[in-house]
Design a protein around this ligand. Structure first.
Ligand code: SAM
Length: 87
């Protein structure tokens, strides 16, 4: 989680400018040099252990996933979660 502090600090000035000019519309992820790498490390560390054994049973999707349903992964980082579910 601490990896996010220098990541956000590195684009602080960009965020200030975006808020001044566009309001709270957000800033393109391309402004963050290493966003996806850090996000991926964070997600893997946080979710790898619990995604399949704990989280999926809570969704009621375990049987459907086992049967081989199709799903769409949009806006979900590197695709780590989809790859885990596909194993
Ligand atoms: C904070 S990351 C979380 C990624 C993933 N849920 C994880 O835990 O690793 C947010 C994700 O949303 C995607 N995203 C943000 N705005 C989007 C948009 N307008 N359309 C599609 N994807 C978007 C980003 O590219 C990024 O992959």
């Amino acid at each position: 989680m601490c990896s996010f502090i220098p990541l956000h600090a590195s684009v602080y000035e960009n965020i200030v400018e975006v808020i001044k000019s566009d309001g709270p519309l957000g800033m393109d992820y391309s402004n963050y040099g290493s966003f996806y790498g850090i996000m991926d490390q964070f997600s893997i560390a946080l979710h790898k252990k619990h995604l399949i054994p704990d989280l999926i049973p809570m969704t009621g999707m375990k049987e459907k996933l086992s049967e081989g349903i199709e799903f769409l992964d949009v806006g979900c980082g590197s695709g780590f979660h989809a790859c885990e579910l596909g194993l």
